[in-house]
Design a protein around this ligand. Structure first.
Ligand SMILES: [Zn+2]
Length: 91
């Protein structure tokens, strides 16, 4: 009777659809930095995007501990006016 439709076999892929990437290492752990200086504007700037937003851990590869320290440092730096809260983007 009803010959059921057989699904075509999926192409072999990574289960999450993404290409397998190498694990990022936290650059603070790598350099053994315990304290992130909130006065170090150049460092902090690397962790905010052009709109002034803090870039997430998934992208930067920081570990939880250092990401936390970093956010704190960035927020502190914002109060001092070293890092912008928001930046105007001219599209
Ligand atoms: Zn770390």
């Amino acid at each position: 009777m009803a010959a059921y439709y057989k699904k075509p076999m999926n192409k072999k892929r990574h289960p999450f659809g993404m290409d397998v990437r190498r694990r990022k290492i936290c650059r603070f752990c790598e350099n053994k930095i315990d304290f992130i200086d909130y006065k170090d504007e150049r460092l902090l700037r690397r962790f905010v995007n052009d709109r002034g937003k803090i870039i997430g851990r998934r992208i930067t590869g920081n570990c939880a501990k250092h990401q936390r320290e970093l956010t704190r440092a960035i927020k502190r730096a914002r109060q001092l006016g070293l890092v912008p809260y928001t930046a105007e983007v001219f599209d």
